[in-house]
Design a protein around this ligand. Structure first.
Ligand code: SIN
Length: 316
């Protein structure tokens, strides 16, 4: 059988990290090993059909930028349009993987699979987790019927809409919260538990056109995240308002509750034309709206994803 190509795009991260000692799993420098080298070090990939690689970026994902997102979305769109490409795998740092996954789902809305994968241990570790994660990601990209942006880590497939990093160092560092994972990769075989990520609304089309020309931070609508906590005040919101912020996501407590001082400042910002959205700082559940809520809820999105959603709406 003539298999189509899988494209593996490298962006850096711990999966491409190097440490001075093989026994050091935390004292490494991320984004040192090229994606072609990573792939060459996985002999089992030779049985997985044709694979091509491209280095899109080489960064620690804590430093993810709008410029890299714009470039990545452009390359994803380019390869998705090739009839002989079955799907895309992206190697990425774990720290902002959930943001890139959500961004790509929103702007590319892919009908083919786009699979982000990563590692918690550097490539130089005694027992690195990256090679198995890449193999699993390719298995997902090869799976008939796979569609949309997902993340694969430690044998678990997460939807871009739900995935969240929940652990600082364990290999199984991601969760899909109460939505649960899409499925598992078991010895190279995908076992599905629920549907692939649903297609996003059509605003993706206009957003991608705008994003293609925007590599400059200054071009993106400024949307910031503020948090509710004991003793919160309106000071940060006031400062951001004075700086011309266009959107604010509040990581509220519980079911979207806000300290009265923070709420007053957010309502003032809203009255001044700033778009304000309420997400929850709880890792599970979603803000359930009540009649008459003055600040709209994030429709189940976490604060970081609600921020991307709001930026794209302001761009659209
Ligand atoms: C990163 O996010 O690039 C570094 C941390 C990791 O990949 O685990």
């Amino acid at each position: 059988m003539n298999l189509q190509k899988i494209v593996i795009l490298g962006t850096g991260g711990t999966i491409a990290g190097r440490a001075a000692s093989a026994s050091d799993n935390i004292g490494y420098t991320a984004a040192q090993v090229g994606v072609d080298q990573l792939v060459a070090a996985i002999p089992a990939l030779a049985d997985a059909g044709p694979v091509i690689t491209e280095q899109v970026a080489q960064i620690d994902s804590k430093d993810m930028s709008f410029a890299v997102w714009a470039q990545l979305a452009g390359r994803v769109q380019h390869f998705l349009a090739q009839p002989d490409v079955q799907g895309i795998v992206i190697t990425h740092g774990t720290d902002t993987l959930e943001e890139t996954a959500y961004f790509l789902q929103a702007v590319c809305n892919p009908a083919k699979p786009v699979v982000l994968t990563c590692a918690m241990r550097p490539a130089t570790a005694l027992a690195p987790d990256g090679p198995q994660n890449v193999l699993d990601a390719v298995a997902v990209a090869r799976h008939a019927g796979a569609t949309g942006v997902v993340a694969v880590c430690a044998g678990t497939i997460h939807s871009a809409l739900d995935v969240q990093k929940v652990h600082t160092y364990q290999l199984d560092a991601f969760s899909s919260g109460d939505g649960g994972p899409i499925g598992y990769v078991e010895e190279g075989v995908v076992r599905l538990l629920r549907n692939w990520p649903p297609a996003q609304e059509e605003r993706a089309l206009s957003a991608i056109k705008n994003i293609a020309n925007m590599v400059d931070l200054a071009d993106w609508p400024r949307v910031e995240i503020v948090m509710n906590y004991a003793g919160a005040s309106g000071a940060v919101v006031e400062a951001l308002l004075a700086q011309g912020v266009r959107g604010l996501v509040v990581a509220a407590t519980g079911n979207g509750t806000l300290h009265q001082a923070l709420e007053a400042a957010l309502l003032k910002a809203q009255a001044a034309g700033v778009k304000v959205v309420r997400a929850s700082r709880c890792p599970n559940g979603r803000v359930l709206p009540k009649p008459g809520d003055a600040i709209p809820d994030s429709q189940g999105l976490s604060p970081v994803k609600a921020r991307i959603d709001l930026m794209l709406r302001l761009l659209g």
